[in-house]
Each structure stands twice: as structure tokens, then as C-alpha cells.
Ligand binder design. Structure first.
Ligand code: FAD
Length: 410
């Protein structure tokens, strides 16, 4: 049986980058992927546009492992090197708001095609539709599985696991690498969905599903404010989604097993309660004959206004002139604090990333080699590192893939 220098399981961004890097260093590399194509998840990133990195990469935008570990890995192949690399492959890039970098074509397929070309140019052995079922270390790594219903076995001196976490498992990352690593004695920080929508106990968001507002969402756990984020908030049939919610979903995931978690939304963050009260008073006075719902429809979309009034048990059709001062005060408070109770996060199926994974304590930050098992390396989301939305996760995948590919070649 041919013995490869390096076998890589998982042709996501980290596995592809590891394979190209190792092959460039002259190694015989085999890249195994259970999907029919490589980079399936890359195609889904950034709504099909692939937000492949961010100009403002900073360790504070990552979670999980300790910042020193993360920094050490990111510094091996930083965002500027990543951008230069993709430009050298012919992927012309452009910058959008908040430093987010996309291919100029607005198509994730441009990124995957360029990487596919490079893998072939570097003579990486690519095996797609190859489902790995078992790994074991004897004198070398023995990797076995099924390829189009036929069993296969591969031998390699080094193994890089880049099978991802559990997020959006329907695209391939079903947690196999975490299972094998745990069997080999690695500690797994329990995986939890992150960058994921939130299900609420209250069912009224269903009545205004599809409605998007710009507001401030505060996370409160056992009556203590934990975090807040300003941005788009989307009401859905199950609760809440949108960047301001997804951003904070990681912390919600970790809190809900033990605490009561609420989301407090300020739908008019630009005005203080006092200013808002004055404005509402003026509008109600000037529109006495109109229903309160119609008079105040200029503040927030009508359906939301209607819902806020109903939640406050104020008849939306009540004439503005008949709204009492007490009712006006409760409308102000109702708009500044729309409270929803978290039931749970949506499942891994809808999560963009996985919080948790292989404990970084057991991985050498200089090489990404396991501290427990020699000749075993990790890269990408399988490690206990997850980033914010905005290109941070792909940057982690490129940088860690690059380092694992380099070290496994030594
Ligand atoms: C919808 C969506 C949008 C996103 N958008 C962005 C974005 O715009 N910017 C950003 O930075 N991040 C984004 N992310 C996150 C980013 O895609 C991931 O963090 C990144 O893909 C992780 O890379 P990875 O190589 O570690 O794992 P993955 O990309 O998950 O790849 C793992 C690969 O391993 C394969 N595999 C698993 N088990 C086996 C097995 N037993 N045998 C063979 N193969 C196996 C899988 O099929 C898969 O192809 C998004 C994620 C999702 C789901």
C-alpha cells in the first residue's frame, strides 16, 4: 500500500488550505472528503458570496480557547497574507462595510474554483465521496472508510483532522472528527450552536414574521445584563434572528442550560425615554381623531406597533385623544423595552459555527499538533475556537489550515 506523507480528512477551507500548503512543501498529500465536491460549506458562506476574511482581524473577535493560543495561530497567516494569496490565485477581492472582504464576483464559487485549480496544480490526491469511518495509529495512520459503497484503506505518516464542528451538519460537518479525537483521549469542550437564531417562549413574533427593524438587543440572564448589540433584528415564526441576535447567540447557548435568559429590545434606540415621551405626546395631541396605532405608525412598522399595543393591553384602535398619560408612559416603556424570553437556540442545523470543540490546552499552538498523540494535527472549526460573523471564521480556517499543513510537512 502506498504510504502518503500526509492524509487530511475534510475538504473544507481549513483542509484545503492545509493540503495546498503541504503539497507546496513537496509532500505527498491525500485529501479525503465525504461530499461529492470540495468546499461545499464555502459555497454557502456569506449568502453565497463568501466573506472570506476581514481587514480588522483581532483576537478579541474570537471565543473559546485562550487569546494567546488564537493569536499565535492567526499570526502565521494573517488577513493581509490571505488576501494577497487569493489575489495571486486570480480571485480579485473587494472590501465592504466593517472591513469585510469578498470576491469581486460576489460568488463563493470563484473561491472554490480557484482553490480546486490550485489543489490539482499542486498534485494533491483529492478523493471526494470518500466517507472516513475510522482512524487508528499503528506504525502509521490507517484511515478506513467507504468510497461509493466500496471499502477503502489509506496509510499516511501524518494525519490532519479538518472535519469541522457540528454546525450546518447537512453540509458535511457532522462531528466525526470530534468523536475520533475523544476516543483517542482528547478533551472535547461540549459543542454548542453559535451564530444561530433564537426560539422564544412568546409566540407573538410569528404574527410579524419577516419584519426587520434596526434596534438594540440586550441579553439579560437571571436579571443581570450580559451583553448588548445594535443592528438588524428579524422577527421569525419561532422567535428572533438577524445580526444583532445571532452575534449574541453564543453567549445565550452557554447560559440557557442554567439560567433564565431574556432578550430586551429597544426598538427606538436613538431617543431617550424622555424625548420619546415628548414626541409621542406631540403626535397624539396633533392626531386626536386617529387611532393610536395609526398615529404612531411613523415610529416603527405598523404591525410591530400593533403588537406592542396589544402586549400592553391597549386597544390599537383607541382614539389618540383618549390615551391617558399612564398609557402613554407604558407605550414609551413598551417601545424602549420589548421583552422576550429565550426558550432555546435553534439547532446545529441552522448554526453558522460551533462553539466548543477540541480543547486547545491539548494542542501545541506553535504547530497545531496534538500534545497527546504524535503525528496528529488539527485545523479549523474542530478546535475550540469560534469567531464573530464578518469573515472571522474563514480567516481562522485559512490560518490554522496553513499552520497545520506547514507543521505536518516538517
Ligand atoms: C451558512 C453559513 C454561512 C457562513 N458564512 C461565513 C462567512 O461569510 N464568513 C466566514 O468567515 N465564515 C462563515 N461561515 C463559517 C465557516 O464556513 C466555517 O467556520 C468554516 O467553513 C469551517 O471550516 P472547516 O474547514 O473547519 O470545516 P467545514 O467547512 O465544516 O469542512 C469540514 C469538511 O469535512 C468533511 N467531513 C466531515 N466528516 C467527514 C468524514 N467522516 N469523512 C470525510 N469527510 C468528512 C465535511 O463534509 C466538510 O466538507 C458560515 C457558515 C455557514 C454554515
Amino acid at each position: 500500500m502506498k504510504i502518503f506523507d500526509i492524509a487530511i480528512i475534510g475538504a473544507g477551507p481549513s483542509g484545503i488550505m492545509a493540503a495546498i500548503t503541504a503539497a507546496k512543501l513537496g509532500k505527498q498529500v491525500i485529501l479525503l472528503e465525504k461530499n461529492e465536491i470540495i468546499g461545499r460549506k464555502i459555497l454557502a458562506t456569506g449568502n453565497g458570496r463568501c466573506n472570506l476574511t476581514n481587514k480588522n482581524i483581532d483576537v478579541s473577535r474570537y471565543h473559546g480557547a485562550n487569546p494567546k493560543f488564537i493569536q499565535q495561530i492567526l499570526s502565521n497567516f494573517d488577513q493581509f497574507q490571505v488576501m494577497e494569496y487569493f489575489e495571486s490565485l486570480g480571485v480579485v477581492l473587494k472590501e465592504e462595510d466593517n472591513g469585510r472582504i469578498f470576491p469581486r464576483t460576489n460568488q463563493a464559487s470563484s473561491v472554490v474554483e480557484a482553490l480546486d485549480y490550485e489543489l490539482k496544480k499542486m498534485q494533491v490526491n483529492i478523493e471526494t465521496s470518500a466517507l472516513v469511518k475510522n482512524i487508528q495509529y499503528e506504525k502509521n495512520w490507517i484511515i478506513s472508510g467507504e468510497h461509493q459503497e466500496k471499502k477503502f484503506q489509506i496509510e499516511a505518516k501524518n494525519l490532519i483532522l479538518t472535519t469541522g464542528g457540528k454546525a450546518t451538519f447537512q453540509l458535511g460537518s457532522s462531528g466525526d472528527g470530534l468523536f475520533w479525537s475523544s476516543k483517542l483521549g482528547h478533551t472535547i469542550i461540549p459543542p454548542a450552536p453559535a451564530l444561530v437564531p433564537i426560539e422564544t417562549v412568546e409566540t407573538w413574533p410569528k404574527n410579524i414574521q419577516g419584519l426587520k427593524i434596526e434596534g438594540v438587543a440586550k441579553i439579560v440572564a437571571d436579571e443581570k445584563q450580559i451583553s448588548e448589540s445594535q443592528g438588524d433584528i428579524l422577527f421569525t415564526h419561532f422567535g428572533l434572528s438577524g445580526p444583532a441576535i445571532m452575534k449574541q447567540s453564543r453567549i445565550i447557548s452557554l447560559l440557557i442550560p442554567t439560567q433564565k435568559v431574556e432578550i430586551h429590545i429597544d426598538v427606538i434606540p436613538e431617543a431617550t425615554e424622555k424625548i420619546l415621551d415628548k414626541k409621542i405626546e406631540t403626535i397624539l395631541n396633533a392626531n386626536g381623531a386617529k387611532s393610536v396605532k395609526n398615529a404612531l405608525a411613523g415610529f416603527v412598522p405598523g404591525d410591530l406597533m400593533n403588537t406592542v399595543l396589544l402586549n400592553l393591553e391597549i386597544d390599537p384602535d383607541k382614539k389618540s385623544s383618549r390615551i391617558s398619560k399612564l398609557e402613554r408612559t407604558s407605550i414609551v416603556k413598551g417601545l424602549k423595552d420589548v421583552t422576550l424570553t429565550v426558550r432555546e437556540t435553534r439547532s446545529f442545523k441552522e448554526a453558522q459555527v460551533t462553539a466548543g470543540g477540541i480543547s486547545a490546552e491539548e494542542i501545541n499552538a506553535k504547530t497545531l499538533e496534538s500534545k497527546k498523540i504524535p503525528h496528529l494535527f488539527f485545523a479549523g472549526e474542530i478546535i475550540d475556537v469560534d469567531g464573530d460573523s464578518g469573515g472571522f471564521n474563514l480567516q481562522w480556517a485559512w490560518a490554522s489550515g496553513y499552520l497545520a499543513g506547514t507543521s505536518a510537512s516538517k
